[in-house]
Design a protein around this ligand. Structure first.
Ligand code: NAD
Length: 514
């Protein structure tokens, strides 16, 4: 067995790199008292690198109490002061992007360049939130009736919470907390227990940025912590990103307890390739989008729908590229794809190769043949390519969330569209073609929330919003961007009239404007 040493921790990157990962409540690290904890692996070695405290109900309550106590002061803090703090956290995240990325590589396993990309896309959300003075502007209508004006203001909700997945331990929290805090809310983050250190590191940066204690809190844990968040009467809203079954549960339980909820779920993203597509461009895009981050991206391409006679040359072009992908520990120079998050997940992903083959798919490239799968203690799996997949197969019906690309062959565009639209998920999709009319038609027809035209991973920039359709999102509002501002505020409409002697009288009729 090859055992790869854990990467060195830089001195500043070690702020949250202690062996026990603690909660962050009211501006300080707080050691867990529940007696429960979970292992945090280094996926490149398979070792337990540290442990993370799991919060009890009482510990969640303590975080909520701190957030509640900080709420009136933060809400009343002027927009200019809040903006100043947003600019400072923006600069600190940029200044410390290498340290944040190092946490991601150590605990998630993603390669350094990918981790830096995650931080950069997260940072965009903080940059968007520095524009909060403009984003919170309301509306004003003068003289709606004689001497009467109407205006709308948007106010924060109070204490809000975010529950995040393992695959983007820095970016997804930033999707949520940047807008939530800039809008004047106080925030409880429950990050994934699999890679929790980046959250605590970012909490320390918030403190350095001058954010008052209690405005940003982190509680770690499992279902106990999540359920308490969903039930707590002092939490007004919950943002969630994770798998579809949990997203559905979060949405149902949170709304039952009177909360505003947005819950983003899993995905199965299809890339349709039309016969006129540029084969090399499509193959490069499919390979990059399928295997980047070991396929553990909610916007990864997991299915290529090859239309008509493009299939054979396209699949050949994809297959030809696979041996060149350099798989290795994320911190090693030159690694392009790292390990998966846990051994259980890696084995589950690998099981779909067998089931696909068993149900009639052609396993053209088998990731289990990679040397690191067989000889490393880390959670590695090579890249895999399953051809001739059909929608009834288990490997198609489930979100695999690993480095497996499936090829479904469709005779024509209507059949390709039907396949995409009948899929349970609707997160992202792409079409590759040189025909603008066909691309526009696809954009019109497809039941998916985010669409790429010759762009395989169409994650919207921070000034648009991110969200899928169907089983990829429960709730009305998409995440971050303008819809994020809407989610984290509520409207108040004021109708105002000032005394004008001699104009008032008793009138029991319903107020009319004319
Ligand atoms: P997950 O659903 O297992 O976990 C997400 C969060 O929910 C974690 O904080 C976890 O602690 C908590 N959780 C897990 N089980 C729970 C339970 N039974 N009760 C209460 N809370 C529970 O997801 P994951 O494995 O961490 O992340 C991968 C999934 O996230 C994939 O399905 C991926 O597609 C999805 N994802 C979606 C998006 C999107 O924007 N739609 C983005 C990233 C990831």
């Amino acid at each position: 067995m090859t055992h790869v040493a854990e990467p060195p921790v830089t001195s500043s990157g070690d702020r949250a790199g202690q062996e026990q990962v603690n909660h962050w409540i009211n501006g300080a690290r707080v050691a867990g008292t529940s007696g429960r904890q979970g292992p945090v692996f280094n996926p490149a070695t398979g070792d337990v690198a540290r442990h993370v405290d799991f919060a009890s109900v009482e510990e969640v309550d303590a975080a909520v109490a701190a957030a509640k106590a900080a709420s009136p002061g933060w809400r009343a803090t002027s927009i200019s002061k809040r903006t100043e703090i947003m600019f400072r956290i923006r600069n600190l995240v940029e200044q410390h992007r290498e340290e944040i990325a190092a946490h991601l590589t150590r605990e998630h396993g993603k390669v350094r360049s990918d981790a830096l990309g995650e931080v950069a896309r997260g940072l965009e959300n903080i940059e968007f939130a520095t524009g909060i003075p403009h984003l919170l502007k309301g509306g004003f209508s003068e003289q709606v009736s004689t001497g009467i004006d109407v205006y709308q203001i948007r106010q924060p909700l109070g204490v809000v919470a975010g529950i995040t997945p393992f695959n983007f331990p820095a970016m997804v929290p930033m999707w949520m907390f940047a807008n939530a805090i800039a809008c004047g809310n106080t925030f409880i983050l429950k990050p994934s227990e699999k890679d929790p250190s980046a959250s605590v590191y970012m909490a320390e940066l918030w403190k350095e940025a001058g954010l008052p204690d209690g405005v940003f809190n982190v509680v770690h844990g499992d279902k106990v912590a999540v359920d308490r968040i969903l039930e707590h009467p002092d939490i007004a809203a919950v943002s969630f990103v994770g798998s579809t079954p949990i997203a559905r549960y979060i949405s149902e339980t949170g709304t039952k307890h009177g909360k505003r909820v947005q819950a983003l779920g899993g995905a199965k993203n299809h890339m349709v390739v039309l016969p006129d597509a540029d084969i090399d461009m499509a193959a490069d895009a499919a390979v990059s989008a399928a295997y980047g981050s070991a396929g553990e991206r909610c916007m990864a391409i997991s299915v290529v729908v090859a239309v008509g006679d493009v299939a054979d040359p396209l699949v050949d072009a994809i297959e030809k590229r696979l041996p060149k992908i350099k798989i290795g520990p994320g911190h090693e120079e030159g690694s392009e794809m790292g390990p998966l998050i846990t051994k259980e997940h890696r084995d589950k992903v690998a099981s779909y190769l067998e089931s696909g083959k068993h149900q009639g798919a052609t396993l053209r490239v088998d990731g289990r043949e990679h040397v690191l799968y067989n000889e490393s203690t880390g959670f590695f799996l090579g890249v895999s390519l399953l051809d001739n997949v059909t929608p009834e197969m288990e490997c198609y019906r489930n979100e695999i969330f690993g480095p497996v690309l499936e090829i479904v062959r469709a005779p024509d565009y209507p059949e390709a569209l039907k396949i995409v639209n009948e899929n349970e998920y609707g997160n992202g999709t792409a079409i590759f073609t040189r025909d603008g009319g066909a691309a526009r038609q696809y954009q019109f027809d497809v039941n998916v929330g985010m669409v790429g035209l010759n762009v395989p991973i169409p994650v919207p920039v921070a000034y648009y919003s991110f969200g899928g359709w169907k089983a990829s999102l429960f709730g009305d509002l998409h995440m971050y961007g303008p819809e994020g501002i809407q989610f984290y505020t509520r409207a108040k409409v004021v109708t105002a009239r000032w005394p004008d002697p001699g104009t008032s009288s008793v009138d029991l009729g319903f107020p009319r404007t004319r």
